[in-house]
Design a protein around this ligand. Sequence first.
Ligand SMILES: [Zn+2]
Length: 363
Amino acid sequence: MNKAFKFRIYPKTEQQIVIAKTFGCARFVYNRMLADRIQHYKETGKSLNNTPAQYKKEFEWLKEVDSLALANAQLNLNKAYKNFFRDKAIGFPKFKSKKSNHRSYTTNCVNGNIKVERGYIKLPKLGVVKIKQHRDVPDEYRLKSVTISRTPTGKYYASILYEYEKHIEPVEPEIIVGLDYSMKELFVSSDGTSAEYPKYYRQSLAKLKREQKKLSNCEKGSHNRTKQRIKVAKLHEKVANQRKDFLHKSSRQITNAVDVVCIEDLNMKGMSQALNFGKSVSDNGFGLFVSMLDYKLREQGKQVVKIDKWFPSSKKCSGCGEVKDALLLSERQYHCEACGITLNRDYNASLNIRSEGIRMLLA
Ligand SMILES: [Zn+2]
Protein backbone atom coordinates (compact mmCIF):
# COMPACT_ATOMS: atom_id res chain seq x y z
CA MET A 1 0.00 0.00 0.00
CA ASN A 2 1.05 3.60 -0.58
CA LYS A 3 0.33 6.62 1.53
CA ALA A 4 1.29 10.23 0.95
CA PHE A 5 1.82 12.89 3.59
CA LYS A 6 2.00 16.54 2.67
CA PHE A 7 4.00 18.83 4.92
CA ARG A 8 4.92 22.47 4.66
CA ILE A 9 8.65 23.07 4.29
CA TYR A 10 10.72 26.22 4.82
CA PRO A 11 13.68 26.29 2.43
CA LYS A 12 16.28 29.02 2.90
CA THR A 13 16.78 31.58 0.14
CA GLU A 14 19.66 29.66 -1.46
CA GLN A 15 17.61 26.47 -1.31
CA GLN A 16 14.69 28.27 -2.93
CA ILE A 17 16.99 29.16 -5.80
CA VAL A 18 17.97 25.50 -6.26
CA ILE A 19 14.30 24.48 -6.15
CA ALA A 20 13.35 27.08 -8.77
CA LYS A 21 16.20 25.85 -10.97
CA THR A 22 15.01 22.26 -10.62
CA PHE A 23 11.44 23.24 -11.56
CA GLY A 24 12.86 24.94 -14.63
CA CYS A 25 15.09 22.03 -15.64
CA ALA A 26 12.36 19.43 -15.16
CA ARG A 27 10.02 21.53 -17.28
CA PHE A 28 12.73 22.09 -19.90
CA VAL A 29 13.49 18.37 -20.20
CA TYR A 30 9.81 17.53 -20.39
CA ASN A 31 9.14 20.07 -23.15
CA ARG A 32 12.30 19.28 -25.06
CA MET A 33 11.61 15.55 -25.05
CA LEU A 34 8.04 16.15 -26.13
CA ALA A 35 9.12 18.46 -28.99
CA ASP A 36 11.68 15.93 -30.20
CA ARG A 37 9.18 13.10 -30.06
CA ILE A 38 6.68 15.10 -32.10
CA GLN A 39 9.34 16.03 -34.65
CA HIS A 40 10.65 12.48 -34.89
CA TYR A 41 7.16 11.16 -35.43
CA LYS A 42 6.49 13.72 -38.16
CA GLU A 43 9.67 12.76 -39.97
CA THR A 44 9.66 9.00 -39.59
CA GLY A 45 6.18 8.00 -38.47
CA LYS A 46 7.81 6.20 -35.55
CA SER A 47 7.97 6.92 -31.86
CA LEU A 48 11.18 8.12 -30.24
CA ASN A 49 12.56 6.77 -26.99
CA ASN A 50 14.56 9.69 -25.68
CA THR A 51 15.90 10.10 -22.15
CA PRO A 52 17.08 13.10 -20.09
CA ALA A 53 20.67 11.78 -20.17
CA GLN A 54 20.90 12.52 -23.89
CA TYR A 55 20.31 16.21 -23.25
CA LYS A 56 22.93 16.63 -20.60
CA LYS A 57 25.71 16.77 -23.20
CA GLU A 58 24.11 19.61 -25.08
CA PHE A 59 22.75 21.41 -22.04
CA GLU A 60 25.44 21.12 -19.39
CA TRP A 61 23.45 23.02 -16.78
CA LEU A 62 21.05 20.11 -16.53
CA LYS A 63 23.80 18.28 -14.63
CA GLU A 64 23.56 20.78 -11.81
CA VAL A 65 20.13 19.68 -10.63
CA ASP A 66 18.81 16.50 -9.05
CA SER A 67 18.95 13.93 -11.87
CA LEU A 68 16.02 11.99 -10.39
CA ALA A 69 13.82 15.04 -10.88
CA LEU A 70 14.64 14.86 -14.59
CA ALA A 71 14.02 11.12 -14.69
CA ASN A 72 10.60 11.75 -13.18
CA ALA A 73 9.87 14.39 -15.81
CA GLN A 74 10.46 11.64 -18.38
CA LEU A 75 8.15 9.27 -16.49
CA ASN A 76 5.46 11.95 -16.43
CA LEU A 77 5.77 12.42 -20.16
CA ASN A 78 5.55 8.67 -20.74
CA LYS A 79 2.46 8.57 -18.56
CA ALA A 80 0.87 11.43 -20.50
CA TYR A 81 1.46 9.49 -23.72
CA LYS A 82 0.07 6.30 -22.24
CA ASN A 83 -3.07 8.08 -21.03
CA PHE A 84 -3.54 9.60 -24.44
CA PHE A 85 -3.27 6.25 -26.22
CA ARG A 86 -5.60 4.63 -23.70
CA ASP A 87 -8.21 7.35 -24.09
CA LYS A 88 -7.91 9.85 -26.91
CA ALA A 89 -10.41 12.13 -25.22
CA ILE A 90 -7.74 12.97 -22.63
CA GLY A 91 -5.86 14.78 -25.37
CA PHE A 92 -2.29 14.74 -26.61
CA PRO A 93 0.47 15.60 -24.08
CA LYS A 94 0.77 19.35 -23.68
CA PHE A 95 3.81 21.53 -23.28
CA LYS A 96 4.34 22.86 -19.78
CA SER A 97 4.07 26.60 -19.60
CA LYS A 98 6.53 28.75 -17.73
CA LYS A 99 3.58 30.78 -16.55
CA SER A 100 1.81 27.80 -15.05
CA ASN A 101 0.91 28.23 -11.41
CA HIS A 102 1.62 24.64 -10.69
CA ARG A 103 5.31 24.20 -10.00
CA SER A 104 6.68 20.94 -8.74
CA TYR A 105 9.23 18.22 -9.17
CA THR A 106 9.52 14.73 -7.84
CA THR A 107 12.60 12.95 -6.56
CA ASN A 108 13.06 9.38 -5.38
CA CYS A 109 14.57 7.82 -2.35
CA VAL A 110 17.64 5.75 -3.24
CA ASN A 111 20.27 4.58 -0.75
CA GLY A 112 19.01 6.83 1.99
CA ASN A 113 19.45 10.10 0.07
CA ILE A 114 16.20 11.33 1.62
CA LYS A 115 15.56 11.33 5.33
CA VAL A 116 12.89 12.83 7.54
CA GLU A 117 13.94 13.49 11.08
CA ARG A 118 12.37 15.55 13.82
CA GLY A 119 11.69 18.87 12.21
CA TYR A 120 13.93 18.42 9.17
CA ILE A 121 13.96 16.72 5.79
CA LYS A 122 17.16 15.90 3.93
CA LEU A 123 16.81 16.18 0.17
CA PRO A 124 19.20 15.61 -2.77
CA LYS A 125 21.01 18.80 -3.87
CA LEU A 126 19.18 20.82 -1.20
CA GLY A 127 20.51 19.38 2.00
CA VAL A 128 18.56 19.84 5.20
CA VAL A 129 15.27 21.76 5.01
CA LYS A 130 13.03 22.67 7.91
CA ILE A 131 9.72 20.81 7.81
CA LYS A 132 6.48 21.23 9.73
CA GLN A 133 5.58 17.64 10.37
CA HIS A 134 2.14 17.68 11.92
CA ARG A 135 1.65 13.92 11.77
CA ASP A 136 3.83 11.03 12.80
CA VAL A 137 4.80 8.52 10.16
CA PRO A 138 4.86 4.93 11.44
CA ASP A 139 8.35 3.41 11.64
CA GLU A 140 7.59 0.53 9.28
CA TYR A 141 6.69 2.92 6.41
CA ARG A 142 9.30 3.04 3.64
CA LEU A 143 9.95 6.38 1.99
CA LYS A 144 9.58 6.11 -1.80
CA SER A 145 9.53 9.59 -3.26
CA VAL A 146 9.06 13.26 -2.48
CA THR A 147 7.31 15.89 -4.57
CA ILE A 148 8.42 19.43 -3.86
CA SER A 149 5.97 22.12 -4.85
CA ARG A 150 5.54 25.84 -4.55
CA THR A 151 2.19 27.57 -4.46
CA PRO A 152 1.56 30.82 -6.33
CA THR A 153 1.69 32.62 -2.99
CA GLY A 154 5.17 31.30 -2.32
CA LYS A 155 4.54 28.48 0.15
CA TYR A 156 6.61 25.34 -0.20
CA TYR A 157 5.39 21.80 0.39
CA ALA A 158 6.86 18.33 0.41
CA SER A 159 4.46 15.55 -0.45
CA ILE A 160 6.13 12.40 0.80
CA LEU A 161 5.06 9.04 -0.55
CA TYR A 162 5.52 5.99 1.66
CA GLU A 163 5.05 2.31 1.00
CA TYR A 164 3.98 -0.14 3.64
CA GLU A 165 2.97 -3.75 4.02
CA LYS A 166 -0.49 -4.42 5.25
CA HIS A 167 -2.59 -7.50 5.16
CA ILE A 168 -6.10 -6.46 4.33
CA GLU A 169 -8.97 -8.87 4.70
CA PRO A 170 -11.43 -8.35 1.83
CA VAL A 171 -14.87 -7.31 3.05
CA GLU A 172 -17.84 -9.36 1.87
CA PRO A 173 -19.90 -6.84 -0.11
CA GLU A 174 -23.23 -6.24 1.54
CA ILE A 175 -23.89 -2.53 1.39
CA ILE A 176 -23.53 -1.28 -2.17
CA VAL A 177 -24.19 2.19 -3.56
CA GLY A 178 -24.05 3.70 -7.02
CA LEU A 179 -22.88 7.29 -7.44
CA ASP A 180 -23.73 9.36 -10.47
CA TYR A 181 -21.50 12.28 -11.35
CA SER A 182 -23.28 15.58 -10.99
CA MET A 183 -21.71 18.79 -12.07
CA LYS A 184 -23.71 20.83 -9.62
CA GLU A 185 -23.65 18.57 -6.60
CA LEU A 186 -20.57 16.42 -7.14
CA PHE A 187 -22.65 13.24 -7.03
CA VAL A 188 -26.11 11.82 -6.53
CA SER A 189 -26.23 8.53 -4.67
CA SER A 190 -28.53 5.55 -5.18
CA ASP A 191 -29.36 5.78 -1.46
CA GLY A 192 -31.24 8.96 -2.27
CA THR A 193 -28.71 11.43 -0.90
CA SER A 194 -26.40 13.75 -2.77
CA ALA A 195 -23.18 15.52 -1.93
CA GLU A 196 -23.56 19.22 -1.84
CA TYR A 197 -20.62 21.50 -1.50
CA PRO A 198 -21.03 23.47 1.73
CA LYS A 199 -22.23 27.05 1.66
CA TYR A 200 -18.88 28.53 2.77
CA TYR A 201 -17.23 26.87 -0.22
CA ARG A 202 -19.76 28.29 -2.66
CA GLN A 203 -19.27 31.70 -1.09
CA SER A 204 -15.50 31.51 -1.50
CA LEU A 205 -15.94 30.35 -5.07
CA ALA A 206 -18.26 33.27 -5.83
CA LYS A 207 -15.79 35.65 -4.22
CA LEU A 208 -12.97 34.18 -6.31
CA LYS A 209 -14.98 34.78 -9.47
CA ARG A 210 -15.65 38.39 -8.50
CA GLU A 211 -12.00 39.05 -7.71
CA GLN A 212 -10.89 37.39 -10.95
CA LYS A 213 -13.17 39.70 -12.85
CA LYS A 214 -11.68 42.68 -11.03
CA LEU A 215 -8.22 41.43 -11.94
CA SER A 216 -9.05 41.27 -15.63
CA ASN A 217 -10.20 44.89 -15.41
CA CYS A 218 -6.97 46.07 -13.78
CA GLU A 219 -4.64 48.01 -16.01
CA LYS A 220 -1.71 45.91 -17.24
CA GLY A 221 1.55 46.55 -15.44
CA SER A 222 -0.12 48.60 -12.73
CA HIS A 223 0.56 48.28 -9.02
CA ASN A 224 -3.11 47.51 -8.45
CA ARG A 225 -2.92 44.60 -10.83
CA THR A 226 -0.03 43.04 -8.93
CA LYS A 227 -1.90 43.46 -5.67
CA GLN A 228 -5.03 41.98 -7.16
CA ARG A 229 -3.11 39.04 -8.63
CA ILE A 230 -1.82 38.08 -5.18
CA LYS A 231 -5.31 38.40 -3.76
CA VAL A 232 -6.67 36.06 -6.45
CA ALA A 233 -3.86 33.55 -5.91
CA LYS A 234 -4.59 33.47 -2.17
CA LEU A 235 -8.29 32.94 -2.82
CA HIS A 236 -7.45 30.14 -5.25
CA GLU A 237 -5.52 28.39 -2.54
CA LYS A 238 -8.32 28.86 -0.06
CA VAL A 239 -10.90 27.46 -2.46
CA ALA A 240 -8.68 24.50 -3.33
CA ASN A 241 -8.11 23.69 0.35
CA GLN A 242 -11.78 23.96 1.21
CA ARG A 243 -12.63 21.71 -1.68
CA LYS A 244 -10.05 19.14 -0.65
CA ASP A 245 -11.28 19.15 2.95
CA PHE A 246 -14.80 18.60 1.79
CA LEU A 247 -13.82 15.78 -0.59
CA HIS A 248 -11.86 14.07 2.21
CA LYS A 249 -14.81 14.31 4.58
CA SER A 250 -17.32 13.13 2.02
CA SER A 251 -15.20 10.18 0.84
CA ARG A 252 -14.50 9.20 4.46
CA GLN A 253 -18.21 9.19 5.30
CA ILE A 254 -19.04 6.96 2.35
CA THR A 255 -16.11 4.62 3.07
CA ASN A 256 -17.28 4.11 6.64
CA ALA A 257 -20.88 3.52 5.59
CA VAL A 258 -20.64 1.12 2.65
CA ASP A 259 -18.68 -1.87 1.28
CA VAL A 260 -18.76 -1.16 -2.45
CA VAL A 261 -19.10 2.05 -4.43
CA CYS A 262 -20.12 1.69 -8.06
CA ILE A 263 -19.13 4.58 -10.22
CA GLU A 264 -18.78 5.33 -13.90
CA ASP A 265 -15.24 5.27 -15.21
CA LEU A 266 -15.92 8.66 -16.47
CA ASN A 267 -13.64 11.57 -16.07
CA MET A 268 -14.26 12.07 -19.73
CA LYS A 269 -18.01 11.98 -19.57
CA GLY A 270 -17.92 14.68 -16.96
CA MET A 271 -15.51 16.59 -19.10
CA SER A 272 -17.70 16.52 -22.18
CA GLN A 273 -20.77 17.44 -20.15
CA ALA A 274 -18.91 20.36 -18.70
CA LEU A 275 -17.70 21.41 -22.12
CA ASN A 276 -21.28 21.39 -23.28
CA PHE A 277 -22.04 23.83 -20.52
CA GLY A 278 -18.92 25.81 -21.31
CA LYS A 279 -17.48 25.30 -17.83
CA SER A 280 -14.33 23.83 -16.49
CA VAL A 281 -14.83 20.46 -14.84
CA SER A 282 -11.62 20.72 -12.88
CA ASP A 283 -13.36 22.93 -10.34
CA ASN A 284 -15.79 20.19 -9.49
CA GLY A 285 -13.13 17.90 -8.04
CA PHE A 286 -14.85 14.67 -8.98
CA GLY A 287 -11.68 12.99 -10.25
CA LEU A 288 -9.92 13.75 -6.99
CA PHE A 289 -12.95 12.53 -5.08
CA VAL A 290 -12.91 9.16 -6.89
CA SER A 291 -9.21 8.61 -6.20
CA MET A 292 -9.75 9.46 -2.51
CA LEU A 293 -12.65 7.02 -2.34
CA ASP A 294 -10.61 4.37 -4.08
CA TYR A 295 -7.70 4.39 -1.65
CA LYS A 296 -9.84 4.85 1.44
CA LEU A 297 -12.01 1.89 0.51
CA ARG A 298 -9.06 -0.32 -0.41
CA GLU A 299 -7.39 0.38 2.93
CA GLN A 300 -10.40 -1.30 4.53
CA GLY A 301 -10.68 -4.24 2.13
CA LYS A 302 -13.58 -2.56 0.37
CA GLN A 303 -13.74 -1.52 -3.25
CA VAL A 304 -14.75 0.80 -6.04
CA VAL A 305 -16.35 -0.88 -9.05
CA LYS A 306 -15.89 1.14 -12.20
CA ILE A 307 -18.59 0.88 -14.82
CA ASP A 308 -17.78 1.17 -18.49
CA LYS A 309 -18.21 4.75 -19.60
CA TRP A 310 -20.35 3.61 -22.54
CA PHE A 311 -22.90 2.06 -20.22
CA PRO A 312 -26.14 4.03 -20.85
CA SER A 313 -26.64 5.01 -17.21
CA SER A 314 -28.67 8.11 -18.01
CA LYS A 315 -30.77 6.77 -20.87
CA LYS A 316 -31.78 3.56 -19.17
CA CYS A 317 -34.92 3.25 -17.05
CA SER A 318 -34.01 1.93 -13.61
CA GLY A 319 -37.54 0.58 -13.24
CA CYS A 320 -38.05 -1.55 -16.35
CA GLY A 321 -34.70 -1.47 -18.18
CA GLU A 322 -35.98 0.30 -21.28
CA VAL A 323 -33.26 2.41 -22.94
CA LYS A 324 -34.15 5.71 -24.59
CA ASP A 325 -32.63 6.66 -27.94
CA ALA A 326 -31.90 10.14 -26.78
CA LEU A 327 -31.98 12.18 -23.59
CA LEU A 328 -31.29 15.88 -23.62
CA LEU A 329 -28.94 17.31 -21.01
CA SER A 330 -31.66 19.80 -20.17
CA GLU A 331 -34.10 17.04 -19.16
CA ARG A 332 -33.72 17.00 -15.40
CA GLN A 333 -36.47 14.42 -14.89
CA TYR A 334 -36.34 10.94 -16.33
CA HIS A 335 -39.73 9.91 -17.59
CA CYS A 336 -40.14 6.38 -18.93
CA GLU A 337 -42.73 5.95 -21.69
CA ALA A 338 -42.61 2.17 -21.27
CA CYS A 339 -43.45 1.81 -17.58
CA GLY A 340 -44.53 5.32 -16.72
CA ILE A 341 -42.16 6.16 -13.86
CA THR A 342 -40.74 9.64 -13.41
CA LEU A 343 -37.54 10.11 -11.42
CA ASN A 344 -34.83 12.67 -10.91
CA ARG A 345 -32.47 12.13 -13.80
CA ASP A 346 -29.29 11.71 -11.72
CA TYR A 347 -31.02 9.49 -9.18
CA ASN A 348 -32.23 7.23 -11.99
CA ALA A 349 -28.67 7.04 -13.32
CA SER A 350 -27.25 6.22 -9.87
CA LEU A 351 -29.69 3.30 -9.53
CA ASN A 352 -28.56 1.99 -12.94
CA ILE A 353 -24.92 2.36 -11.97
CA ARG A 354 -25.57 0.41 -8.80
CA SER A 355 -27.27 -2.51 -10.57
CA GLU A 356 -24.63 -2.61 -13.29
CA GLY A 357 -21.95 -2.69 -10.56
CA ILE A 358 -23.69 -5.57 -8.81
CA ARG A 359 -23.91 -7.41 -12.12
CA MET A 360 -20.16 -6.93 -12.60
CA LEU A 361 -19.41 -8.11 -9.05
CA LEU A 362 -21.36 -11.29 -9.62
CA ALA A 363 -19.94 -11.94 -13.09
ZN1 LIG B 1 -39.40 2.11 -17.40
